[in-house]
Design a protein around this ligand. Sequence first.
Ligand SMILES: Nc1ncnc2c1ncn2[C@@H]1O[C@H](COP(=O)(O)OP(=O)(O)OP(=O)(O)O)[C@@H](O)[C@H]1O
Ligand SMILES: [Mg+2]
Length: 370
Amino acid sequence: MADEDDLLDSDYAKLARLALSGRVQDSQSFLQRAASRYRERRPGLAQALKELIREAPTRASPLRRQTTVPVPVDTDSRLQLLKVETVPTVTEAPLYEATVQHALDLLLQERSEPQRLLDAGLEPTRTALFTGPPGVGKTLAARWIAKRLGRPLLILDLSAVMSSFLGRTGGNLRYVLDYAKQSEGVLLLDELDAIAKRRDDATEVGELKRLVTVLIQELDDWPSSGLLLAATNHASLLDPAIWRRFEVLLPFELPTECGRRALARRALDGRLADAETWAAAVAARFDGRSFSEIERDLLRARRDAAVSGRSLEDALCELLVAADMPHRARIQLAERLADSGLWSQRRISELTGVARDTLRAHARRRSSAS
Ligand SMILES: Nc1ncnc2c1ncn2[C@@H]1O[C@H](COP(=O)(O)OP(=O)(O)OP(=O)(O)O)[C@@H](O)[C@H]1O
Ligand SMILES: [Mg+2]
């Protein structure tokens, strides 16, 4: 019975802490878990809790508390420290390879089916860190998740606001994070490595340590009603004490051939007779390039075609075969296009300026090798 009393005492204290800090969603999740925990030992209490939960206003209810607190601003410049996208806009679903897609789907599913987690005595993922090179869709993933959850996206771009945080003993950072917590939106700590990058400057070492401490505490304490995402393209610069705290670590990679092709298909579809072929050629040409680079180049080709009156095919040809392309790279591209079976040798030769004899010799080498 002493154990039972201890359990009740500690639950009571936990619940009081959640309620007094205004964490309505967390209090509800806590009570749900308590209801199933006490089902056997205190059926009356469990039943009463269940009824209360059923009657309580839900997330979708009009009674849900609205954030009326103004967005935090820098005390000197008065500029907003957080960028708030009340209704995040993403026109098309981002393209990710299977593991990333699966992990993102899981994050969403956890939120759409909370009962399953609660039944298993679990809470949804509270924190996740996206790592990877620039332009592969880390920020986009946060926007996509917020949109799918129907919540606002709050972006704290650390590379932009570090100077507002330094010299304020972590107070400003805490204030911003508190605001984000109250809003129950999706918070993205973008360019997280900005905190780590400044470490070399001796005058700032103490202050950075304080910021890191605040961040670590917040990561540990982040309520499950919210979702804290962070993104960096320099994961190795991060203090291990920070990245260890994240519940999910998700590495984003440069797009595969399939991803590049899908992106190009999207950009070119309906604009060319054989968009699929062009998409495959673009994918072959831009090996090792990011989604945003490919998107930018394709957009440039479209603009070029629109203003110059040239055909989009011509503009794309120029894109595929850059004027300053070394001869060896040009041959590699031609061989890759030949291997893909997209175009005839003659077309590839016209496109790349590589002699048909070179392509024939390549075809012979391949068939004798196979
Ligand atoms: N996976 C993707 N699918 C579709 N489009 C993408 C994808 N990744 C990037 N893009 C395009 O590139 C743009 C920039 O992507 P994003 O800002 O998400 O990159 P990032 O990984 O956050 O890069 P950085 O590390 O530089 O912040 C997006 O707005 C989108 O147009
Ligand atoms: Mg980004």
